[in-house]
Structure formats: structure tokens, C-alpha cells
Design a protein around this ligand. Structure first.
Ligand code: UTP
Length: 452
């Protein structure tokens, strides 16, 4: 008997006189579990690396020749036209469990801005409002949560009156879950009434956008492009006309921002080219000799890293509806509290479980005409992932201040070195919106400045 059949038998026995568990077991997609267990447990040695690949080419941050200069100018205009015509939506994936941060609540509700302590969700909402006002258009915002944090997320927005975006222009939905198993593929129970379930990864967002009716809602609204970003990056440009313009001009299904890696082993996914397609190889999977390769100019060849910022065509997402094209599962070995033999829930000290997750970047190889546009790290990326150190609240706040000062300096305003500055994204959604703005009402000599 294979492990799936064994699981079915065991679960039907346990669920026989336990309606709560029975409900979960009935809802289980056994075929999906079999796929996940086959991919991540029985064939886990298969790396999934493409047979041949090379570094992906990308558009540089600044145009490098006159042809690019013309293209970028055209793309900005084209992208702005698309935004103004109401064809873009913002999409945040906020279903993660944020275990590294250890914050008790949905991550988007964490206060992160340096002066006002605004939550991540507020910063995105204000940026969306600012862009909507600038282009005189409604930009609907779709927020993917998990079954574990949906209610708390919706309450957060209700209490804050949807940050002024209008309830109808915001849609919250839960992504799917997958059961965790032990290293042999046996299902784990979180307690006697429940399987150990966890969100199925940000790759679950494509199916969840369809199943929740969000894609249909987008179609009704005339949305053609979906701007995808993660909940933990307060610097993200939620709707970027240059990226959207290039993406549409090139008829790309899925476009991405890249960051130039700080070194060969920086922990960012690596963009690679595979024929006429693009893929991401995780930092842990890129062979060392490849990571160290240099080009003729002495630069790291595989230097385009992914900050997980994408634009997807709505009709590309729709292709995931039938279930015929699917994203592969990745294996994550985690510590999962579960029932021990004495029937008590026990938190393990070492990883004891396999969680099955799909990743949105695995949609890239399926995308036609993929395009990558370099981003400036200081402008666009400083995620809050960890409690301390790299990619923490502290480092992100410092980066927010650095960027605000840079924007001020570019607009011709110098402030003291140790001044803390925060810029409201509604008042000034981008650096360009600060150029020539009248800042007389602000005390730019103060130790702490809030422009908003
Ligand atoms: P991370 O990989 O950083 O995971 O997610 P996480 O759950 O937030 O944090 P850790 O690893 O437990 O500490 C990157 C982005 O993908 C979203 C997260 O909310 C974050 O925006 N995500 C992740 C989902 O929406 N669903 C998932 O199942 C996993």
C-alpha cells in the first residue's frame, strides 16, 4: 500500500467519530497531496535545474544607449497611459506566516515607518491613493491572506475604514492550504481535531486569484495588468509606469524587477535564461562554480537577483484556471507542533515536518516574452523579514530614512545628517512628485521630519 492509501485509511479511522477532523479530511485533495509527496519526498534529489541555462539579460536601471533612452521614454508614457486608463491593479501576497519575524498578527499590520510607525498596509494604501489621485483613476487592490490571517487582516482594514480606498476597491481572499507530513509522507495532526495545515506558498496566489473570483472581478473592471508585490517591502513601487510600459510594449506575460546582487552568494533568487524563457534558480540551488563565474568586464555573470516584484498579464493568470498548467512543489523542512504518541501537542526542537509550497516565480518559465528591469535597491527594496540584523525592522527603517533624504536632496533640500525623515506616499508617491514641490510649511531643520 502506498503512503497516500495508508494516509487515507488512517484518516478515515481517526475521523470516524470526529466531525471537525472529518470535515478537513473530506476537503483534502488527495491527488494534489500525492503530487506534492512524489515531488518533494520520493523524488527530492531531483534538483529541477534546467539542463542548460545562462545569466538572464535585463534592462539596466538607466538606459545605456540612445535606443534604450528612446524606449524608456516611450515606455513611461505608454505605462502612464495604461495606468490612467484604469487597466492596472495592485496585488499583495500577505498569506505568509512570518515565522522569522515572530510578530503576533498579520505582517501587514506591523508598524514600520520611521516617524509615524505606520503599518505596512497603510503605506501601500497611501501609495495607491496617491497614484490614483495623480492619474485620476481607481486602482483596485487585491490582498491575498491565508485562512489563518484573513479575519485579522480584514478587521484591521475595517477598523481603519479601508484607509480611504473605498471598500469596493479592496478585495481580500484566502489562499489554499496544504497539509504537512513527516519525512516519510505521513500526515501530521496539529491536535486531535485538526491536521497540521499551512499556506501553500505564494505560488498559490495564481490559483487563489482565480478561485476567489478576483480575476473575474478584474476582467469586469477592464484590468489587464496585475502589479504583484510582497507584504514585507515598504519601499516597493506598487504601480510602476516604466515597468508596466515596457511589459506591455514587449507583449510580456510576466515581467520582473531585478537587483544587482551584492556578491555571488547573496540570498536572492537568480534570474537565468533558458532558451527564450526566463527562470529563477534559488540561491541554494545555483551551483557554486556558476555563482562565481565572471563576464569579460569582471562582473558576476549571475548578478540579477529577484526582489519578488512582478507584473503579470491578467490573461496569463487565467491560464492557471484549468489546472492543466501547474507550479511545482518545493520542500520546506520545518518545525511543526503536532500530536505525540501520548496524544499531546508537542513543539519539536528540530525540523520534523515537510511543508509543501509553490512559488510564484515558477510561473516565469511559462511566460512568453519575459522581461526584467533592474531596480535600485535603495529606492525599491528593504524587506522586513527578521527580528534583528539583515532585512529587519531596524534595517528597513534606516533604509526608508535614507531614501527619503535622497528624495529631498534630489529636490534640492539638504537636512541634518542625523535627522529622521518620513515621506507620506500619498502626498509624494515617487521622487518625481517631490521635485519642485513647495515645502515651506515643513521645518526642515527639525530632528524628525514628516512630509505629508
Ligand atoms: P516569505 O518567504 O518571506 O515567508 O514570504 P513569510 O511566511 O512571510 O515569512 P517566514 O519565512 O515564515 O519568516 C514572502 C511573501 O510571500 C507571502 C508572504 O506573506 C510574503 O509577502 N506568502 C508566503 C504568502 O502570501 N503565502 C505563503 O504561503 C507564503
Amino acid at each position: 500500500m502506498d503512503v497516500i492509501e495508508k494516509n487515507k485509511l488512517r484518516m478515515s479511522e481517526l475521523a470516524a467519530d470526529n466531525p471537525q477532523l472529518a470535515e478537513q479530511v473530506d476537503a483534502l485533495d488527495w491527488n494534489e497531496l500525492k503530487t506534492a509527496v512524489d515531488e518533494c519526498i520520493f523524488n527530492k534529489e531531483e534538483t529541477g535545474l534546467p539542463e542548460t541555462y545562462g545569466p538572464a539579460s535585463y534592462f539596466p536601471l538607466q538606459p545605456e544607449n540612445s535606443e534604450q533612452e528612446v524606449l524608456f521614454a516611450e515606455a513611461v508614457e505608454h505605462g502612464e497611459g495604461i495606468v490612467r486608463a484604469g487597466k492596472t491593479a495592485a496585488f499583495t501576497v500577505a498569506g505568509g506566516q512570518g515565522t522569522r519575524l515572530g510578530y503576533d498578527g498579520p505582517k501587514g499590520t506591523l508598524g514600520v515607518s520611521p516617524v509615524k510607525g505606520k503599518p505596512l498596509f497603510q503605506l501601500f494604501a497611501e501609495q495607491i491613493l496617491g497614484i490614483s489621485e495623480k492619474y485620476e483613476v481607481v486602482i483596485p487592490w487585491y490582498v491575498m491572506c491565508s485562512p489563518l490571517n484573513l479575519e485579522a487582516t480584514v478587521s484591521h482594514f475595517e477598523e481603519r475604514e479601508f484607509y480611504g480606498l473605498g471598500k469596493d476597491n479592496l478585495k481580500f481572499f484566502a489562499q489554499g492550504v496544504m497539509p504537512a507530513t513527516d519525512f516519510e509522507g505521513n500526515l501530521l495532526l496539529a491536535n486531535k481535531d485538526s491536521l497540521a495545515l499551512s499556506p501553500n506558498g505564494h505560488g498559490g496566489s495564481l490559483k487563489a486569484l482565480i478561485d476567489s473570483g478576483s480575476v473575474a472581478d478584474m476582467a469586469e473592471r477592464g484590468i489587464e495588468h496585475v502589479s504583484y508585490f510582497q507584504v514585507d517591502n515598504p519601499l516597493v513601487s506598487v504601480i510602476n509606469p516604466l515597468l508596466i510600459g515596457l511589459h506591455d510594449l514587449q507583449r510580456s506575460d510576466m515581467s520582473s524587477r531585478s537587483l544587482t546582487k551584492t556578491g555571488p552568494f547573496e540570498k536572492l533568487g537568480n534570474f537565468v535564461s533558458v532558451g527564450d524563457r526566463v527562470a529563477i534558480i534559488e540561491y541554494s540551488d545555483l551551483p557554486e562554480e556558476k555563482a562565481l563565474e565572471k563576464d569579460e568586464a569582471g562582473r558576476i555573470k549571475y548578478r540579477a537577483g529577484s526582489p519578488a516584484i512582478h507584473v503579470l498579464r491578467r490573461d496569463f493568470i487565467e491560464q492557471f484556471a484549468s489546472g492543466e498548467i501547474k507550479l511545482p512543489y518545493h520542500r520546506a523542512e520545518k518545525k511543526v507542533a503536532c500530536l505525540n504518541e501520548a496524544g499531546e501537542t508537542e513543539a519539536p526542537e528540530e525540523p520534523n515536518a515537510v511543508k509543501f509550497e509553490t512559488f510564484v516565480f515558477d510561473a516565469l518559465p511559462l511566460a512568453k516574452n519575459p522581461l526584467i528591469l533592474e531596480a535600485d535597491r535603495l529606492e525599491e527594496f528593504s524587506p522586513v523579514k527578521n527580528r534583528t540584523g539583515v532585512d529587519s525592522l531596524e534595517s528597513s527603517q534606516a533604509d526608508q530614512v535614507k531614501r527619503a533624504k535622497r528624495w529631498l536632496a534630489n529636490a534640492g533640500h539638504a537636512v541634518k545628517e542625523d535627522t529622521i525623515v518620513e515621506i507620506c506616499p500619498r502626498a509624494f508617491p515617487s521622487d518625481k512628485d517631490l521635485l519642485g514641490a513647495n515645502l515651506e510649511k515643513y521645518d526642515l531643520e527639525a530632528d524628525s521630519i514628516y512630509l505629508g
